[in-house]
Ligand binder design. Structure first.
Ligand code: SAM
Ligand code: DTB
Ligand code: SF4
Length: 314
């Protein structure tokens, strides 16, 4: 943890150099994996995550909806594939899925996988037998974030514990599903808390295959809606520290790109990000337009590749 904080304290050029050196050891630095998100069940969530527009505790204008049909989801996945995504991530605003929900999500996973896309879902807390069921439907990744450090966590969420999250991650891991786990910065936490989050992630055994680093999307009506904008360089530092401490993970430049200019996003790729959310929407908020991202890739000479093509042959 102190060692991780020390990385944050490095001069920016030194930190980026170290991150780039490690990135290049393990990956082609010009290749980026792209995931498209779909909110398959929006809003009305009983949890009280202070950043989240989908919590029933805050008045954010998000209209709650029922779980989508398998057909609707399949259509959205086809469109995501046609625009160049290689992974499709389905998110539901649940504390945890019921058995009935899970069966339908399993069918969605099978359908999306059948299109030749990698599959990811994020459904809240998961029991071991539920993880087994998803694995048997062909699920590749389960996303469940630690969100922040154990010490700061209580400021953000009261309805589920850090331990609950670790238990879900263990169930996912034990079922043989790849783990997608990261967090959010810009929630008013200290640098030490950011280092604490990265330390928790890096100390998972093994560390996650995929690490989404989100910058808080400040949504009106949530308790964090009026926070000051976050320092972009500190976001880049967080990407770099994640890259250095989890050398073989896919580090994803996640929520928050809508308020980042292209130069800042380019710095994130230089700092070791090799994955991003791609598509006009995240779950309930906006993401840069596909055309804009394609133009950015062209300007930077980046190539979109599936996850399995990312790692350098050794
Ligand atoms: N309900 C499930 C859960 O929380 O486990 C899955 C969906 S939840 C929306 C997935 C993740 O999205 C959260 O863990 C959080 O890291 C991220 N997220 C939600 N709202 C966000 C916001 N306003 N800004 C950045 N990230 C956000
Ligand atoms: C993750 O780490 N970020 C994504 C995904 N996993 C599910 C979600 C970001 C949500 C941003 C707010 C919204 O659009 O509702
Ligand atoms: Fe619910 Fe997930 Fe939002 Fe928390 S982050 S309120 S669990 S949808």
């Amino acid at each position: 943890m102190d060692a991780i904080e020390a990385l944050y304290e490095l001069a920016f050029p030194d930190l980026l150099f170290r991150a780039q050196a490690i990135h290049r050891e393990h990956f082609d630095p010009s290749s980026v994996q792209r995931s498209t998100l779909l909110s398959i069940k929006t809003g009305g969530c009983p949890e009280d995550c202070a950043y989240c527009p989908q919590s029933v505790h805050f008045d954010t204008g998000v209209v709650a909806s029922k779980l989508m049909s398998v057909e609707e989801v399949t259509e959205a996945a086809k469109a995501a594939k046609a625009s160049g995504a290689t992974r499709f991530c389905m998110g539901a605003a649940w504390r945890s899925p019921t058995q009935r929900d899970l069966e339908r999500v399993g069918e969605m996973v099978q359908a999306v996988k059948g299109l030749g896309l990698e599959t990811c879902v994020t459904l809240g807390m998961l029991e071991r037998h539920q993880a087994d069921d998803l694995k048997s439907c062909g699920l590749d990744y389960y996303n469940h974030n630690l969100d922040t450090s154990p010490e700061f966590y209580g400021e953000i969420i009261s309805t589920r514990t850090y331990q609950d999250r670790l238990a879900t991650l263990a169930n996912v891991r034990d079922a043989g599903i790849s783990v997608c786990c990261g967090g959010i910065v810009g929630m008013g936490e200290s640098r030490r808390a950011r280092a604490g989050l990265i330390a928790e992630l890096a100390n998972l055994e093994p560390y996650p295959e995929s690490v989404p680093i989100n910058q808080l999307v400040r949504v009106g009506g949530t308790p964090l809606g009026d926070l000051a904008p976050f320092d972009g360089f500190e976001f880049v530092r967080t990407i770099a520290v994640a890259r250095i401490t989890m050398p073989k993970a896919m580090v994803r430049l996640s929520a928050g790109r809508e308020t980042m200019d292209e130069a800042l996003q380019a710095l994130c790729f230089l700092a070791g990000a090799n994955s991003m959310f791609y598509g006009d929407r995240l779950l309930t908020t906006a993401n840069p337009q596909v055309e804009k991202d394609e133009a950015l890739f062209a300007r930077l000479g980046l190539r979109a590749v599936p996850a399995e093509a990312l790692a350098r042959p050794r």
